[in-house]
Design a protein around this ligand. Structure first.
Ligand SMILES: NC(=O)c1ccc[n+]([C@@H]2O[C@H](COP(=O)([O-])OP(=O)(O)OC[C@H]3O[C@@H](n4cnc5c(N)ncnc54)[C@H](OP(=O)(O)O)[C@@H]3O)[C@@H](O)[C@H]2O)c1
Length: 262
């Protein structure tokens, strides 16, 4: 897929993977539109990359998506690529009955329903373009769940499944459907997972995004950098082995940190 001279909307482009997409895609001569919830973070990205456009918009709110659609398609009718990247990840204990239903399903609302609503809103517009694409950012955890993040894992598994069918149902349109399933990547999202994740095992964000962009350019529709590919293959060959392996790794990391009193 050609990226040069495209107009690309990146949800959650103020941090981590989204921000790295901003950096690398501006070098591909693409026009970039960035969304996020936090206006200060948006203004900071605009300061770093004055050529981009910013819109405050929360993918978990339908009214925000409707307003974003109206504003963006009015101001940038040439928009032809959407990267559904915005996401949150938390540790959740399923035994914690103090959590409200609204709280416990936040990752479904943002990481799964947010993507479905964005695409539902923009598909008709993208179909009018000669070359267009939807890129959904799932996770290696779509293939093997992360034991401390059950709702996140369920949202990403759902997103993988939805993306497969989206690609099938749009095959007679101009819209190419990509899935990027990153492995554990060095971004602020992992700062909360110090107890569970060994930082030295994280893929550098510039490397991960570089692999993704090469994949888009070669029309590789499911991109699974590094360990994400191992998780997908593992989930086919020995699903329980990989789930138990992740669980043991987390427990070992906790014990190590407790011993070190971190
Ligand atoms: N890092 C990893 O290890 C990893 C691995 C696999 C998959 N992923 C996926 O990659 C994507 C990006 O993650 P990251 O690691 O770059 O995380 P990050 O550094 O925490 O960045 C997340 C971005 O999403 C935005 N965001 C969060 N909730 C939003 C909402 N409701 N509406 C609009 N924007 C929202 C954030 O900005 P605001 O807070 O200002 O809204 C921020 O710009 C996510 O979908 C994540 O699940 C990450």
């Amino acid at each position: 897929m050609e990226l040069k001279n495209s107009t690309i909307l990146i949800t959650g482009g103020t941090s981590g993977i989204g921000l790295e997409f901003v950096k690398q895609l501006t070098k591909q001569d693409a026009k970039i539109i960035v969304t996020g919830r936090n206006l200060d973070k948006l203004n900071e990205v605009k300061r770093q990359f004055p050529e981009i456009q910013i819109f405050q918009s929360d993918v978990s709110k339908r009214e925000d998506i409707e307003r974003l659609y109206k504003d963006v398609t009015h101001q940038f009718p040439e928009l032809n690529i959407i990267i559904n990247n915005a996401g949150i990840m938390r540790t959740i204990s399923l035994q914690d009955i103090s959590l409200s239903l609204e709280n416990i399903v936040q990752e479904i609302q943002t990481n799964l329903l947010g993507v479905i609503q964005m695409n539902h809103q923009f598909i008709t517009h993208l179909k009018t373009k000669k070359v267009s694409a939807i890129i959904n950012v799932s996770s290696g955890l779509a293939f093997v769940p992360f034991p401390v993040s059950p709702i996140y894992s369920a949202a990403k598994a759902g997103l993988h499944s939805y993306t497969q069918v989206l690609r099938l149902q749009l095959k007679n349109t101009s819209i190419k459907v990509f899935e990027l399933a990153p492995p554990a990547t060095d971004t602020p999202l992992n700062d909360k997972f110090e107890d569970e994740v060994d930082k030295s095992q994280l893929m550098a964000v510039d490397k991960m995004v570089g692999i993704a962009i090469k994949g888009f350019l070669k029309d590789k529709f499911e991109i699974r950098p590094g360990l994400a590919n191992v998780l997908k293959l593992g989930s086919r060959i020995a699903p329980n082995f990989f789930l138990n392996f992740l669980n043991k790794t987390i427990e070992k990391e906790k014990i190590k940190r407790n011993k070190l009193n971190l």
